[in-house]
Design a protein around this ligand. Structure first.
Ligand code: FAD
Ligand code: NAP
Length: 327
């Protein structure tokens, strides 16, 4: 027989959004069950120093996430090592089926499955991840004061990352594979007006160069004639898009055309009442640990209110006598 677990609050994902939702739900005595997924701790487990998490001058990503997991567990969250492969949001309670074959039902679901940066797919890029290769200027730009960096991409994110990096770096190369940008006109105008930014048109990064520890440059290949050249840089920011982890919910929740879950303004409520979405899975603007954690808090508080309202309706529908229970 297939094992089945029921939760008042079922949380899918264990990044900052998921753990924060778990802490709030557990402290509201809602006995949350949290499915960790293939990356317990989420995206921050693949970075080194985090310097913008309030309360910690410096903490490593894995250390911070281990502490969040410990706190979620300490207040009563059941952390489960499993990966959700299938959901049914049309039935009540909601159903989620794990890779383990276990079936989870939830009176509410908090989706905190995050997103992942798209990478170039080079072996040298992976080697220097955390040693000069980054996908987040807000997170790592600070380390490049007075130095030279390159950004790859031609969309709004790449242009905004390049502009942001000029606050620190002496020089910023923007490497784009075509001869025109996808970014909007306002961003393009700001970019072209900034003397610290130099465009490298019709070029793709062929290899990240380094000294074995940190980045020292990039080899770029012309997309016109295939010619190779090198640019000396101290850091490389890859800004070629992100993919939210939402394929699981396709056709069941309203999403935008890039697959981010749509939520009501000022809320984490999705198009299905009782299903909430928090963190990078619904946010393509901020993509930070602190904003994800904030949304995790909102989702748990909204799940709590939903359950309170839901129970009230259920009892009220059963008869006048039961209404006394609500007082
Ligand atoms: P994530 O952290 O993406 O976590 C998603 C979770 O969902 C994971 O636990 C995964 O296992 C789980 N999951 C996915 N699919 C399933 C499934 N089907 N079933 C079950 N579980 C599932 N932000 C900062 O504020 N400061 C920084 O310094 C910083 N540095 C960064 C460095 C790097 C290299 C990267 C990649 C990001 C960095 N960020 C930083 C961004 C930050 O990590 C993210 O904004 C944040 O982690 C998003 O949190 P989240 O909870 O929404 O999702
Ligand atoms: P995007 O618009 O999809 O742009 C991705 C860029 O990366 C494109 O220029 C693309 O080149 C390039 N690229 C993709 N794969 C590549 C590869 N393997 N090698 C080299 N280059 C590659 O992504 P985004 O910039 O992250 O933006 C995502 C969405 O958020 C967009 O809708 C964007 O407008 C929006 N956004 C808006 C704002 C804002 O309004 N201020 C800010 C940030 C993001 P090609 O152009 O050749 O395809």
């Amino acid at each position: 027989m297939t094992e089945s677990v029921h939760a008042k609050v079922l949380i899918i994902g264990s990044g900052p959004a998921g753990y924060t939702a778990a802490v709030y739900a557990a402290r509201a005595a809602l006995d949350p069950v949290q499915i960790e997924g293939m990356q317990p701790g989420g995206q921050l487990t693949i970075t080194t120093d985090v310097e913008n998490w309030p309360g910690d001058i410096r903490v490593t990503g894995p250390e911070l996430m281990a502490r969040m997991a410990e706190q979620a567990k300490a207040v009563g969250t059941a952390l489960v090592s499993d990966m959700i492969m299938e959901v049914d949001l049309t039935q009540r309670p909601f159903l989620a089926v794990g890779d383990s074959g276990r079936r989870y039902t939830g009176d509410t679901i908090i989706i905190a499955t995050g997103a992942s940066a798209r990478w170039l797919g080079l072996e040298s890029e992976t080697r220097y991840l955390g040693g000069g290769v980054s996908a987040c200027a807000t997170c790592d730009g600070f380390f490049y004061r007075g130095r030279t960096v390159a950004v790859v991409g031609g969309g709004n994110t790449a242009v905004e990352e390049a502009l942001f990096l000029t606050n620190f770096a002496e020089k910023v190369y923007l490497i784009h594979r075509r001869d025109s940008l996808r970014a909007d006109r306002t961003n393009q105008a700001r970019l072209h007006a900034n003397p610290k930014i130099e465009m490298v048109w019709n070029a793709e990064v062929a290899e990240v160069l380094g000294n074995g520890k940190t980045v020292t440059g990039v080899a770029v290949r012309s997309t016109v004639d295939g010619g190779l050249s090198e640019i000396s840089v101290d850091g490389l920011f890859v800004a070629i898009g992100h993919d939210p982890a939402t394929s699981l919910f396709a056709g069941q929740l309203r999403m935008d055309d890039e697959g981010y879950i749509l939520v009501a303004q000022g809320s984490t409520g999705t198009s299905v009442p009782g299903v909430f979405a928090a963190g990078d899975v619904q946010d393509k603007v901020f993509r930070q640990a602190i904003t994800s954690a904030g949304m995790g808090c909102m989702a748990a508080l909204e799940a709590e209110r939903y359950l309170a309202g839901h129970n009230a309706h259920a009892i009220a529908a059963e008869g006048a006598d039961d209404r006394a229970l609500l007082v």
